[in-house]
Design a protein. Structure first.
Lengths: 355, 260
């Protein structure tokens, strides 16, 4: 069992009387890419600031590389941060910006310039070394900030919404580059974002946060396929979510009474529990084998949105109470508004939300 | 009426600028007078009075005194103003707003009051009148100005940049020296030169607080007591020229170079 590189243990934080973090624990493995995902106000940036040393938590402990860093100031932590607005030094050249951390570590001029140039090469900006930050585009500034933070060889690199200021196309491109750079340098990255696509594309481990708590976590595939909470089922991708009551529980095989009929599901629950179930849109079909698939009843199509490779269909079930169903169908499917359709899914795709 | 309007505007402008600049023009013009009295008719141009000025040791040494005093007190005022501005802008403390208004308060107090106050204080302390005493007075009048200028330029966005420097391992003094001060360079420069110009032609405090060695304005006042000659015009023109140079440097280096 390898010890995690950075450990946040039972951290809570208050601003005045208001809790921004409640009993949060996260482990970051060496060389991994961790994404803290959540809407604004979820506490993800506060958690990052606690890792970086800009905020001392009200309760709990931060251990980085085996040392208790809870009260250690940012300068003395083996972490560096790429700030949301980059915070480049406007009066210095790009090279001097990148070399700054090395200068503070009293590394001799020649060596630090050589290392800064190497790092600029890694982010593809060695040609711009003599320029000033204001002469660069947003994407280039982002890379300078990345190079400046990486050149001092931190154990953990913290990125605070690093792509937030870029337009969508550039964001996707930088996203791929970030991942490639992380693989090359092998530093553990902790990245804050509210963009779930970004999170899924980048993360080895995603930590979903809401209202100061961690509501889900794990590999993005796992969080997507088996969300633990209603929040992550709705925030990381979308889902059809409905309530149900367990009528029979037999060794994790459940029979659930729902507005869509009696359905079988898997999960840890006992008879009598009120629970919620979720289905991902791509797992809901218009046809299904009646034997092996679950019939989710009939529904009336209320909206069809063409999205290129597929159509996103919103429908309302005929059941009482009605359930809003979201599904994806192939683009060539001739589905129309007001049409009535039968809906199906496989039992394994019916996810029990435990929180 | 339409045609009259520009004419009226021009006439008004000429009167206004004439009102402002005529005394200076007269001063400079009659400094080139060839005869003994700075009154019309103009008998120049001649540089004889400038020669007299340059040959006057008392005047020249007081001119050097004034320049040195202005430079040193301005540096002190800028450094103190910068540190005060940094402290009050970056750290929240009880009564911060009060301290801020207290530090700028001397801007509203007349130089006469400040000079008299310091005079009484130095008397109590048995400290003789000297250029150093006048220097203290100049720091007192220029510090609030430097503080106000520098404080107004300490933007919130600088906070994030300073935090980034700290994150990269900079100590507090390194943040100040490598990040904060260079980013505020235009404000530091502007306050230095403004402070120079104020100190350069300040009379009342220097008059009250110096005795044997004194500054140029006080020396000119001594000269004026013995009557008007074109010599006073010549030294007055020198004072004016130095002020113009200071303002030009300020304009060219700071105001034109301001990045958008």
């Amino acid at each position: 069992m390898t010890e995690a590189l950075a450990i946040v243990r039972n951290v809570s934080h208050r601003f005045g009387d208001a809790f921004v973090l409640r009993d949060v624990s996260v482990e970051v493995l060496a060389g991994s890419y961790t994404v803290l995902l959540g809407p604004s106000g979820s506490g993800k940036t506060t958690l990052l600031s606690i890792l970086g040393g800009f905020i001392t938590p009200s309760e709990g402990q931060v251990v980085i590389a085996g040392e208790d860093c809870t009260f250690v100031p940012p300068a003395q932590r083996p972490t560096t941060t790429v700030f949301q607005d980059y915070a480049l030094f406007p009066h210095m050249s790009v090279l001097a910006n990148v070399a700054f951390g090395l200068k503070m570590r009293k590394i001799e001029r020649k060596t630090r310039h050589a290392r800064a140039l190497d790092m600029l090469g890694l982010v593809g900006l060695d040609q711009a070394a003599r320029k000033r930050p204001h002469e660069l585009s947003g994407g280039q500034r982002q890379r300078v900030a990345l190079a400046r933070a990486l050149v001092v060889e931190p154990k953990v690199l913290l990125l605070d919404e690093p792509l937030g200021a870029l337009d969508l196309k550039l964001r996707r491109q930088m996203q791929d580059e970030l991942k490639a750079i992380q693989k090359r340098v092998g530093t553990a990255f902790v990245h804050v974002t509210h963009d779930q696509e970004e999170a899924m594309a980048l993360a080895d481990q995603v930590v979903v946060m809401n209202e100061g708590r961690i509501v889900d976590g794990g590999a993005p595939e796992q969080v997507y396929a088996r969300p633990r909470s209603r929040f992550s089922a709705g925030f990381m991708g979308e889902s059809t979510i409905f309530r149900g009551k367990i009528i029979e529980a037999n060794d994790e095989r459940l029979l659930v009474m729902t507005p869509l009929g009696k359905l079988t599901a898997h999960g840890a629950a006992k008879a009598g529990d009120e629970i919620e179930l979720a289905i991902r849109p791509e797992n809901m079909k218009l046809q299904g084998n009646r034997e092996a698939w679950l019939h989710l009843g009939r529904a009336k199509v209320t909206d069809v949105i063409f999205q290129g490779g597929f159509k996103r269909v919103i429908a309302v079930s005929d059941s009482m109470p009605p359930v809003q169903m979201i599904l994806r169908v192939p683009s060539q499917e001739g589905i129309r508004i007001k049409e009535h359709v039968d809906l199906y899914c496989r039992p394994v795709d019916l996810v029990l939300l435990s929180e | 009426m339409r045609r009259a309007a520009p004419a009226l505007v021009w006439a008004y402008a000429i009167l206004l600028y004439g009102f402002i600049f005529l005394p200076v023009i007269m001063l400079v013009l009659f400094s080139f007078q060839a005869t003994m009295f700075p009154v019309p008719p103009f008998t120049g141009p001649s540089l004889r009075w400038y020669e007299t000025v340059l040959g006057d040791e008392r005047l020249m040494s007081s001119l050097v005194n004034s320049l040195i005093l202005a430079a040193i007190t301005s540096i002190i005022a800028v450094v103190l103003g910068f540190l005060a501005a940094y402290g009050l802008a970056r750290f929240r403390m009880p009564g911060g707003a009060f301290l801020r208004s207290l530090i700028t308060a001397p801007l509203t107090v007349s130089y006469l009051i400040i000079g008299m106050g310091l005079n009484i204080l130095f008397n109590q302390l048995a400290m003789p009148k000297s250029l150093i005493a006048a220097g203290v007075g100049h720091v007192v009048i220029n510090l609030p100005l430097c503080f106000a200028i520098i404080y107004s330029q300490m933007g919130e966005h600088h906070v994030a940049i300073e935090r980034a420097a700290r994150d990269l391992g900079a100590k507090d003094w390194q943040v100040l020296a490598y990040i904060t001060a260079p980013m505020l360079w235009p404000a530091l420069f502007a306050s230095f030169f403004l402070s120079m110009t104020f100190s350069w032609d300040e009379f009342v405090i220097a008059f009250l607080l110096t005795r044997f060695e004194t500054t140029l304005p006080v020396e000119i006042w001594n000269l004026l007591r013995s009557g008007l000659t074109p010599k006073t015009n010549a030294i007055g023109s020198v004072v004016f020229a130095v002020s113009v140079i200071l303002v030009l440097i300020l304009e060219l280096v700071v105001l034109r170079r301001r990045t958008p």
